[in-house]
Design a protein around this ligand. Sequence first.
Ligand code: ADP
Ligand code: MG
Length: 252
Amino acid sequence: MTVATGKTLIGLHALSKSYGSHIVLNEIDLEVSAGEVLAIIGPSGSGKSTLLRCINYLEPPSGGTITIGPTTINAAQPVSRVELSSLRRRVGMVFQSFNLFPHMSVLRNVSLAQERVLGRSRAEADERSMQLLSRVGLSDKAAQFPGRCSGGQQQRIAIARALALDPEVMLFDEPTSALDPELGLEVLAVMRELAESGMTMIVVTHEMGFAENVSDTVMIMADGRIVEKGPSAEVMRNPQHERTRRFLRAVH
Ligand code: ADP
Ligand code: MG
């Protein structure tokens, strides 16, 4: 188990998202404590990616509120650029596809946003980048281009890049789905270390081992709703809902 403090860091209230008449998120209520690791599992199309994308406003929600620390954003009201950039700075995101800049060195990939977003000097940014590359086991790749790195290494670089903005929470959307299993393992090891260091994390994953052994809490989504949520060992070993049982049977 990781270091959850019990203090709510993220609160979603009646968070909804529709595309036309298609309700993709149906009034989601969710609280995540500081230091908690929440795994989200569920069938394809259940709204998991949309939920993560709404939390940092890559998609504007159709309704509801998002609270992160002291800040609440209400989807019914216009959001200023300042609010948006403050929200995004505090929420790091890692996608299935790594989206590194191919024409920049690994070091530059991790440093760039620190200069642009946080106003760090190049020397400060590079120093922080080297710390983070070392943390994900890739300090020897700093001068390489991403294309020379394996998929697992590229995903670890993407994690370092997200951490470089000192986020309060990290969102992961199926970070190992595009990787061969052995390369996925090295990414999962980095994520486990991050979890144990006390980072608050929301992880959409098909890795049942991660959900059961690393996350504190597991949430199952289906059809834009939360079917079941609870301590990971309980949900994974003794699911209460038929929908959860069916899903777990299908993936095991
Ligand atoms: P999951 O990540 O659980 O597989 P998604 O959040 O990607 O699910 O998608 C949930 C539903 O929302 C799907 O039915 C998908 O087709 C729909 N959807 C997602 N993004 C869009 C979009 N930009 N426009 C229309 N429908 C979308
Ligand atoms: Mg998805």
